[in-house]
Design a protein around this ligand. Structure first.
Ligand code: EPU
Length: 411
């Protein structure tokens, strides 16, 4: 139901896009590793199941996950789990490093785009792996990986993670250039160094990795979820609200927070929290999605939702996922004026949206549609809410605590 001004305080849990990779990285060391600040989301449950199939013992409770990795993990990630969660591909690097082989189902495309794996494969081949694609599985083999120089065509998050996890125990030095620099990449590199790896250049575009013989288990706190934090920030701006968002470093959201300021919000930053206060209808803001530190694609739908009710018009350019604009057709069902042409979307802000049934096709589209529903006149039904559960812990209860009129109809 639209119309409530959201206010209050929220705490941000660990990042989905970090914890899944950290869980996979524990495969690199036999023994028990512990992760804290773990979000209670569906994708963590799926990754726990995948690790169990590989022979690990995994427990999950109140933000803590413990993983006991056997001396000889299995090396096959089956399609039934990979199809549920594309991020399962992140076991490829650690499995080939630890087992000398990895059979990982190819995830295929999804609702946000085609999502290639060529850079993962090319990089592993440069490190000496034989990689083939047979019967829907990537089959990788290398009795010993060797350090290599790899220049990524594009700073891919997933390829950077695969190659870093493969390189940490490879023989010799790897120099990985044009790598992704997301806070989640920094998090995994720090964790690997805590496990005994030797990764230099963390946070820059070039990583220098000296292979070590073996890694040790670790206890590590997951970096907070900047995308969840950014979603609550947009919720404050769209509803004329006032939300303090705790437990996240605002530097990780420099560009989105600057955009909210341009839209008319007041932003107060502290070391590990920030407040977003809005007392007017937002001004439309142009956006271009780019690898970090550019504007994150995972906040693009939320900002399109804000632009849909803003003063003026905005041009949004999506550079990462070609199908991420699919959700604007759903937004149009709420009365939004959005036209797309290739990877550009032109949004002309309307004073009002009107509630309607809509369908969420991925996590962030779901979040964007709910935000639009919070300001639309009347009732909005968001189908496909299970997508939102994959990435947001307690989404409905957080919004309810902030004063939103929202309820969950089905599990
Ligand atoms: N790409 C290739 N070849 C490759 C690898 C990537 O062509 O070998 C292309 C992809 O097709 C895509 C672009 O490069 O067009 C970016 O892909 P990237 O590898 O950077 O993304 P990812 O690792 O697949 C992660 C997040 C996404 C997030 C992107 C970009 C996880 C589990 N997923 O995906 O998160 O949008 O980085 O920041 O970490 C989400 O949380 O909703 C989500 C989709």
């Amino acid at each position: 139901m639209g119309g409530s001004r959201l206010s209050g305080t929220v705490n941000v849990p660990g990042a989905k896009n970090s914890v899944l990779k950290l869980m996979a990285a524990t495969l690199l060391a036999p023994g028990t590793s512990t992760l804290t600040n773990v979000p209670e989301i569906e994708d963590v449950t799926i990754m726990a199941e995948l690790l169990r199939r590989l022979g690990c013992e995994v427990t999950q409770a109140e933000g803590v996950v413990t993983i006991t990795v056997p001396d000889r993990p299995d090396h096959r990630a089956d399609y039934d789990l990979v199809r549920k969660m594309r991020a399962s591909i992140c076991v490829l690097g650690p499995l080939i490093a630890r087992c000398g082989a990895a059979d990982v189902a190819v995830p295929g495309g999804d609702n946000i785009g085609s999502r290639g794996l060529d850079m993962h494969v090319d990089g592993l081949r440069r490190m000496g792996a034989q990689v083939s694609n047979e019967h829907g599985y990537l089959l990788a083999e290398a009795s010993q990986l060797n350090g290599a120089n790899v220049f990524l065509d594009f700073p891919s998050v997933g390829a950077t993670e695969t190659l870093v996890m493969a390189a940490v125990t490879a023989q010799g030095v790897s120099i990985l250039e044009n790598v992704a620099r997301e806070p989640e990449i920094i998090d995994i590199c720090h964790m690997l160094n805590e496990m005994g790896a030797d990764i230099g250049g963390i946070g820059t575009s070039t990583l220098t990795i000296s292979g070590v013989a073996a890694l040790n288990p670790v206890s590590h706190r997951v970096v907070s979820d900047r995308i969840v934090a950014g979603t609550w920030a947009v919720a404050a701006a769209m509803t004329g609200g006032d939300i303090t968002i705790n437990g996240v470093n605002p530097i990780h959201l420099d560009v989105p927070l600057d955009k909210l300021k341009t839209a008319g919000a007041t932003i107060e930053r502290r070391e590990d929290s920030f407040r977003v206060h809005m007392s007017q209808r937002p001004q439309a803001v142009d956006i271009v999605t780019l690898p970090y530190p550019g504007f994150p694609t995972d906040l693009q739908p939320q900002f399109i939702a804000m632009n849909a009710i803003s003063h003026g018009a905005a041009l949004v350019t999506e550079n990462l996922f070609e199908a991420r604009f699919r959700f604007v057709q759903e937004l149009a069902r709420l009365g939004a004026d959005v036209r797309t042409d290739g990877h550009h979307a032109l949004i002309r802000g309307r004073a009002e949206l009107s509630g309607a049934p809509v369908e969420a096709t991925d996590i962030r589209a779901g979040a964007g549609l709910v935000l639009a529903g919070l300001v639309a006149q009347g009732e909005t039904f968001v189908y496909g809410a299970e997508h939102i559960d994959r990435g947001y812990a307690g989404f409905v209860s957080v919004l309810t605590d902030l004063g939103a009129q929202i309820s969950r109809i089905t599990d």
